[in-house]
Design a protein around this ligand. Structure first.
Ligand code: SAH
Length: 371
């Protein structure tokens, strides 16, 4: 178990100065009182940041100018500098490349899904939890560059704030709207930056004005399957939605597609996900990238169906987004339909993910953050 410290809390190296979003409400109050200011200034600050999505102290005009300057200098360092944003799907998908304080680059993607079949409109942001990724999945663009560093809590939280601001400001196609969902499906393995991701989840679900007040079920943490970290997440009662990147029902193939499988096998990962679902009472997602002639065989659909039929799971098939230099391709639509049909026959709920943002390299697994 020598790998555990790395799994839970990789090094602090390269992290930016402390930002208010790194601090829980009590710690924020102490930070403000240590500056010689009354504690209610902390609440005002949180109100601006979480409630109005404001990160510019100059715009916090209900605070005296001196206080603004003091709080700004101490608790509002600029964390994310927009390098560029690209839009597609009539402006309803927007990918942003951010530069961090040390020059590291990460991307986030904001997507609007119109109301359909009686479901309400969703505005989802897909965020990064690490610069790069150490999991080395061979079909994923981020995985090819290795891990640069973990993001600080506030660097993750601020991607959500920035997205909520864009949505509210009407810069997303379809007019002003409210950010409703957050998915940890950008760059990085969220559970390999465990403590900061858990702290981020608390900021997301803490009711306004001390947090964004998002609903737990509208937040999805996607993981390659770091079993001890899944167990730990279950124990924290955060009750967010869990997604497991399975991509193969058998260990032999999964060892090559998701290399961490050599450490935690399919059976162990699914057992951890089952225990997680038993606590939340809700289905987890199994992500399965459909890769032509690699993992899309009918017999593998049956094997996956057998594995998942007794479980509280839902399969999300992702047509492979080809990445530069990869010899792999998406499965033909007929093969995909057959895969879906077989899962259906096993009684396993299945959906096929749309390929939003593909033409701006903003779809799943395409985030590589080239400057
Ligand atoms: N590290 C997390 C988040 C990764 S991104 C995880 O592995 O779950 C979210 C999903 O996109 C994962 O299921 C990932 O395997 C998948 N993905 C990566 N590259 C892809 C590609 N080129 N095409 C389709 N899906 C891909």
């Amino acid at each position: 178990m020598t790998a555990l410290p790395l799994v839970f809390d990789a090094p602090r190296r390269g992290l930016p100065p402390t930002h208010l979003a790194d601090l829980d409400p009590a710690a924020l109050r102490s930070a403000v009182t240590e500056l010689g200011l009354p504690a209610f200034r902390a609440d005002q600050l949180a109100c601006h940041y979480y409630g109005r999505h404001e990160n510019d102290p100059a715009a916090m005009t209900d605070l005296p100018a001196g206080v603004r300057a003091q709080l700004g200098a101490a608790l509002l360092p600029t964390l994310l500098t927009e390098v560029r944003s690209l839009e597609t799907d009539a402006g309803t998908t927007r990918k942003t490349l951010w530069r961090l304080h040390d020059g590291a680059l990460v991307e986030s993607v904001l997507m609007r899904y119109p109301a359909r079949h009686g479901s309400r409109e969703r505005i989802t942001v897909c965020i990064s939890s690490q610069a790069g990724c150490g999991m080395a999945c061979p079909f994923c663009a981020t995985g090819q560059g290795g891990l640069t560093r973990n993001l600080a809590t506030a660097e993750i939280v601020d991607q959500v704030r920035a997205a909520a601001r864009v949505a509210a400001g009407g810069q997303l196609g379809g007019g002003p709207g409210r950010l409703s969902n957050v998915v940890f499906m950008g760059m990085g393995e969220p559970l390999a930056n465990y403590n900061r991701v858990a702290a981020t989840l608390r900021r997301l679900i803490t009711p306004a004005p001390a947090g964004f007040g998002l609903s737990r079920r509208s937040i999805t943490v996607s993981t390659v399957g770091l079993v001890p970290a899944i167990n730990r997440l279950a124990d924290e009662n955060l009750d967010v939605t869990l997604a497991v990147s399975l991509h193969a029902p058998d260990d032999e193939l999964r060892d090559t597609l998701v290399p961490v499988n050599t450490r935690w096998k399919v059976g162990e990962v699914l057992a951890a996900a089952d225990a997680y679902a038993a606590r939340t009472g809700r289905r987890y997602s199994i992500e399965y990238a459909m890769i032509r002639d690699v993992n899309d065989h009918a017999w593998r659909a049956d094997l996956l169906g057998d594995l998942l039929a007794p479980r509280l799971a839902h399969v999300n098939l992702i047509p492979l987004n080809p990445t530069p230099g990869s010899q792999w391709d998406a499965s033909p639509k007929a093969v995909e339909r057959e895969f879906v049909r077989r899962l259906d026959m096993h009684g396993v709920p299945v959906t096929v993910r749309d390929t939003r943002g593909q033409d701006i390299d903003g779809a799943c697994g395409q985030l590589a953050a080239a400057p």
